[in-house]
Write a protein that binds this ligand. Structure first.
Ligand SMILES: NC(=O)c1ccc[n+]([C@@H]2O[C@H](COP(=O)([O-])OP(=O)(O)OC[C@H]3O[C@@H](n4cnc5c(N)ncnc54)[C@H](O)[C@@H]3O)[C@@H](O)[C@H]2O)c1
Ligand SMILES: [Zn+2]
Ligand SMILES: [Zn+2]
Length: 364
């Protein structure tokens, strides 16, 4: 067991605090990872606000890269010294999703069995089974994905959650392909990554939609071909105008990366007939499906999909995306707005809330 510093959310809406945390030595199938960097994702803020569940206290942070420090018995996929990105999808290989060849839907993903605790023995709930705003964390070894150690940890660590979620929402869930049109509602870290994914996949038009002009200018740098400020214009009409030359009633794929009923409704109607909506933004439990006539769901056809973690398979996708980054074909550095310390997480939430950053990244 060792004692390290970590960022804990004690109760709904209460500011996070740095605490001394007991990290057990790795047991069978577990690894202790020395964290190098961890991005601040909107999901951490959802946890702190009680929007995910009530299992306080939470050890926040889950978008991390680090170095494996020690491994428990039976661990074969990593050894101490390996540079890894932490993932929240260590698939079981055995559940009904894994057995039918769709492991990205795995229903029984692995996390560490032992618990990290506060000094008084209170068990912590690690965000997304990771908990990485901490000097060292305990995870299931399968949550460690080895990647090229020469890559910048601050940049590639973001593949551990939000950037992978966005890229995968475009490429895996949305199945955007060459020549298709795409629109993305909400251009934070996740939506911006969806834009990058649409560009990478060869979309002919990539429309960025946000209520913040700063995000829209960044979206153009990432490769968006058109922007819409949905405070100034009706986004549904604006998308139709952009893609409608050949009679299209909307974009082939619309990605919702905010997680609200009103933006979901915009995504629904900004989509062409037989098109696809991908919900990657995470709603809170109180939100309801927007008021949409069922005949519109039927009449427009196509697919309404949700995207957990971009339907990624970490072992397949992380090394490949790190290679694209290393080759200069995927600009992950553009997502790192600032580098901060563990003490600055609360301030980073504030900046995120005001839309001042794509990603604040804690560097340890
Ligand atoms: N599905 C997944 O696996 C997954 C993974 C990570 C994060 N998420 C979720 O994705 C969402 C986005 O995360 P993020 O880290 O990019 O957050 P963020 O706060 O950085 O970005 C949100 C963006 O949405 C914009 N926005 C807010 N209201 C809007 C509106 N009405 N219309 C248009 N744009 C609006 C904001 O200006 C901002 O640019 C969150 O709900 C987060 O929990 C999902
Ligand atoms: Zn499984
Ligand atoms: Zn996240």
């Amino acid at each position: 067991m060792q004692q390290v510093k970590g960022v804990v959310a004690h109760g709904k809406g209460a500011p996070v605090r740095i605490e001394t945390i007991n990290v057990p030595d790795p047991g069978p199938g577990e690894a202790v990872v020395k964290i190098s960097t961890c991005g601040v994702c909107h999901t951490d803020l959802h946890y702190r606000e009680g929007g995910i569940n009530d299992d306080f206290p939470f050890l926040l942070g889950h978008e991390a890269a680090g170095i494996v420090e020690s491994v428990g018995p039976d661990v074969t996929n990593v050894v101490p010294g390996d540079f890894v990105i932490l993932n929240w999808r260590a698939v079981c290989g055995n559940c009904r999703a894994c057995r039918r060849g769709e492991p990205w839907y795995c229903f029984a993903t692995f996390n560490a069995t032992q618990k990290m605790t506060l000094q008084d023995g209170t068990e912590l709930t690690p965000a997304l089974g990771i908990g990485a705003f901490i000097e060292k964390t305990l995870v299931a070894a399968g949550q460690c994905t080895k990647v090229d150690p020469s890559a910048s940890p601050a940049a590639v660590g973001l593949l551990g959650c939000g950037v992978m979620a966005g890229l995968g929402a475009a490429i895996n869930t949305g199945q955007i392909g060459r020549g298709m049109t795409a629109a993305v509602i909400g251009c934070g870290g996740v939506g911006m990554a969806a834009i990058a994914g649409a560009v990478l996949a060869g979309a002919s038009k990539v429309i960025a939609i946000d209520i913040d002009d700063r995000k829209l200018s960044q979206a153009v740098e990432i490769g968006a071909t058109h922007t819409i400020n949905s405070k100034a214009q009706d986004p549904v009409e604006a998308v139709k105008e952009i893609v409608g030359a050949d009679g299209a009633e909307g974009a082939d794929v619309v990605i919702e990366a905010v997680g609200r009923p009103e933006t979901y409704k915009q995504a629904f109607y900004a989509r062409d007939l037989a098109g696809t909506v991908v919900l990657v933004g995470v709603p809170t439990p109180d939100m309801k499906f927007p008021d949409i006539p069922l005949i519109d769901v039927f009449g427009r056809g196509g697919a309404l999909k949700s995207s957990w973690y971009g339907d990624c398979l970490p072992e397949r996708d992380f090394p490949m995306l790190v290679d694209l980054y290393q080759q200069g074909r995927l600009d992950l550095d553009a997502f790192v707005s600032e580098e901060i310390t563990l003490d600055d997480v609360e301030a980073a939430f504030e900046k995120m809330h005001h839309g001042d950053v794509l990603r604040s990244v804690v560097v340890l």
